[in-house]
Unconditional design. Sequence first.
Length: 277
Amino acid sequence: MGYKGLEQLRRNAKSGISMAVVLCVSAFFIAFAAAIVYTAGLLTAQSNQRLKEERCYQLAASYAGVLEHNLLQYSSKEDPEAENTFYSFANSFLDNKQYREYSEDNPDVTSYRFVTEDTNMNNPGQTGSLVGDGYGNICITLRKELHADEKDLSGGNLEVQPGTGDYSSTINSLKNTTIRKYILVVDVTAYYEDMSYTYSTEYTREETYQVQFSHDGKIIVWNDTDSSWRVNTTGGEVYKPDASKGQIHYQYQTDQALTSCFKENVYTEGGSSDEAP
């Protein structure tokens, strides 16, 4: 009788151990399945995040490319085809004293942001009318900086040549002098949902200017046709400078650009990705 009871006890113990093993294995598979689901969800979330980052980059880079094509297309402010273009606006931005030169001490007030009228800056990732429904939104930030190699635009002096000297080569050299006064920084920021990407490009504006000459209080103009100085216009009275009355003074007419073009500073091209505010 005691022997049978012992055998029954042993069988019950084995049965209990088997049940515990089954429960442990089941718990393991449940935890493993949950881990797989979590990992899959995490990978999906990361994939969606990368997709949004790529969309922001493509939007910012492509729009920056459109602006660059327009900016590099023209070389004269007087070109009628340049009217109402980004090239025209960029020149106005650099020439207008209303827009201050960029200051590292006051970056917010010297960086100028441009968005469409329906953009909600509290939620810039909300679709704007600039790029269409479902594609995100665009913000353009402009900054102007003085070029490190800026030339002195206060003018200079020419020695009066004896007799009927020829000033043609000297005058042409002055008119062909390239002036690099400003650097234009263009930041294109693309917003899509909670992501943003900023694509930055830097340009130097190169200009040549009309040059004004004066001597002894008179405005004089060089006439290439007969190699002579004239008073006020090429058709004015012939003027012969007298060396005893000083040098001929010249002044760059910065409001009369002969040419005006932008050159990309390729070493600054790049971008950064952030979460939208």
